[in-house]
Design a protein around this ligand. Structure first.
Ligand SMILES: Cc1cc2nc3c(=O)[nH]c(=O)nc-3n(C[C@H](O)[C@H](O)[C@H](O)COP(=O)(O)OP(=O)(O)OC[C@H]3O[C@@H](n4cnc5c(N)ncnc54)[C@H](O)[C@@H]3O)c2cc1C
Length: 463
């Protein structure tokens, strides 16, 4: 792969206008993450301009990183150096919205916030937990999900059609604007979660949902993790709510349950949750929020583990790595029980696990926070539970992420390393050990991105 030349930048400026191309060091430094350090940034203003940039980059073998709100750019393996970031943010218009069909099409650079605002006016929405600055194209390319997955499914269930520019610079449409429209392969599915390695998404058509009139978040707390987990699980099997749990092994169980429904359904679901809480001895408290905040929830849980130094200063232990894997909810308690001693053995201070029902575990691993000066502390949660923190004072061991990941994979957990702090060595591949279907994926990549320029290096080996 060649690096970017001055003449390439001039060609780009001729295509898009100089105002839409930059290689300014300060602008680029502000964008850099552990995975992505672009050498230039361009902002095409139409599908045709996106296609022209990709053709030019293909000819010159310059890697291209499509980007939107830049909210998930620390995700994935490091991109090849000398890459061109291609921003979709100028493609930000609603293209067609039929409230009576509950379908909307928009350009891929439209922000999640702007899209939702347009839908809210008609009493509809896209039921995702995404950050406001995320774009529709970024949402499709990453296909992550949060607490609402339990109640509504994921974006994968809602995408009807896409327009993409593949790595050969050709604009292609797949899927359509109605629910049953496919003859042949549902090619739009290929791009969902492909992290922008097969094509640059320029337009997105999605199914919508009616926006619920009443919303509340109930926080359920039980002193015992297994009982709390089983109570949530029992409820989740029969009631539609969004849910997130944060678990520290050996600590109280806390779950947030988000109810979004019509007033009578809201009252019914709440009654059932209250009945299970009463039966299991759980405390239940309304938080005052209207949705389970996928951003604030981990931060709040992390603060429960803040450590009081002798000076009186409070420090939060440093986050060292974040892992994720699919799981069956019933396997989660045992996985957590096994993981806790493994985390300690491999030098991590403690771990915190989140379960997005029904099937995804995220684990955050922490280093020690200044162990030589720390003491134990006791923090009161909003539910009145006291969580005491005893810092281990085992010296300054560097956590061994490699050993932990190897062991997990050896135990059959297909862990992906979503993020790791600088300084953490990792020889294990972040997406997991090579699997049989990767050869087929490489063939698909070659077909849809013949020059191999789209997000080169960020996905599985060879893609
Ligand atoms: C706490 C939290 C909860 C979340 N919950 C959900 C959820 O429930 N459901 C959900 O769907 N998402 C969820 N997300 C959002 C998701 O993980 C990403 O943050 C978001 O989708 C990225 O959008 P972006 O525009 O910022 O993309 P960027 O950060 O700019 O890019 C992210 C990736 O997508 C690629 N990409 C971006 N735009 C395009 C495009 N037009 N074509 C091809 N590739 C592209 C990039 O190359 C990059 O690899 C959540 C995120 C967070 C932080």
């Amino acid at each position: 792969m060649k690096s970017m030349t001055e003449s390439f930048l001039q060609d780009l400026a001729r295509l898009l206008g100089p105002a839409h191309v930059t290689s300014d060091a300060q602008t680029l430094a502000a964008l850099a993450t552990a995975s992505v350090k672009p050498a230039a940034l361009c902002r095409p203003g139409s599908n045709e301009e996106v296609a022209a940039v990709v053709r030019l980059a293909g000819e010159k073998r310059v890697p291209v990183i499509p980007c939107g709100g830049w909210t998930a750019m620390n995700y994935g393996a490091p991109a090849r150096e000398g890459a061109l970031a291609l921003s979709l943010l100028r493609l930000d218009r609603m293209l067609a919205y039929e409230p009576s069909d509950m379908v909307a099409s928009a350009q891929a650079g439209m922000s999640f916030r702007a899209f939702q605002d347009a839908l809210f006016e008609k009493g509809q929405w896209l039921p995702l937990d995404a950050p406001e600055a995320a774009t529709l194209g970024g949402l499709v390319a990453t296909d992550r999900s949060g607490p609402r997955r339990l109640a509504y499914g994921t974006l994968r269930d809602l995408v009807l059609g896409l327009t993409v520019v593949n790595g050969d610079g050709v604009l292609r449409k797949c899927g359509g604007r109605v629910v049953k429209n496919v003859t042949g392969y549902a090619l739009e599915r290929l791009y969902i979660g492909s992290l922008g390695t097969l094509g640059i998404i320029t337009e997105v058509t999605v199914k919508l949902r009616p926006r619920p009139e009443t919303a509340s978040v109930q926080e359920l707390t039980l002193p015992d993790f297994e009982r709390g987990f089983n109570a949530t699980r029992e409820l989740a099997l029969r009631l539609p709510f969004s849910a997130a749990t944060a678990s520290f092994p050996g600590k109280p169980y806390v779950a947030q349950l988000g109810i979004e429904a019509s007033p009578p359904d809201h009252a019914r679901i709440l009654r059932e949750i209250e009945a299970v809480a009463a039966k299991t001895g759980a405390s239940l408290q309304e938080t005052g929020a209207t949705s389970v905040d996928a951003d604030d929830w981990p931060a709040r849980a992390r603060r429960l583990r803040a450590i009081q130094l002798k000076s009186g200063e409070t420090v939060e232990p440093p986050l060292a790595a974040r892992l994720t894997w699919p799981t069956r909810a019933g396997d989660f308690p045992a996985q957590l029980r096994n993981l806790d001693p493994l985390a300690l053995e491999t030098g991590f201070g403690f771990l915190m696990a989140f379960l997005d029902f029904p099937g995804q575990v995220s684990v955050e691993l922490f280093g020690e926070a200044e162990p030589e000066t720390s003491t134990s502390t006791s923090t009161s949660t909003s539910t009145g539970t006291n969580t005491s923190t005893n810092t281990r004072t085992g010296g300054e061991r560097t956590p061994d992420l490699d050993a932990l990941v190897k062991q997990l994979r050896g135990d059959g957990l297909p862990a992906t390393v979503v993020w790791k702090a600088g300084g953490q060595a990792l020889t294990e591949p972040i997406w997991g050990p090579p699997r049989g279907e990767w050869a087929l994926m490489r063939e698909i990549k070659k077909t849809l991105d013949p020059p191999g320029i789209l997000n080169a290096g960020r996905f599985i080996e060879g893609i």
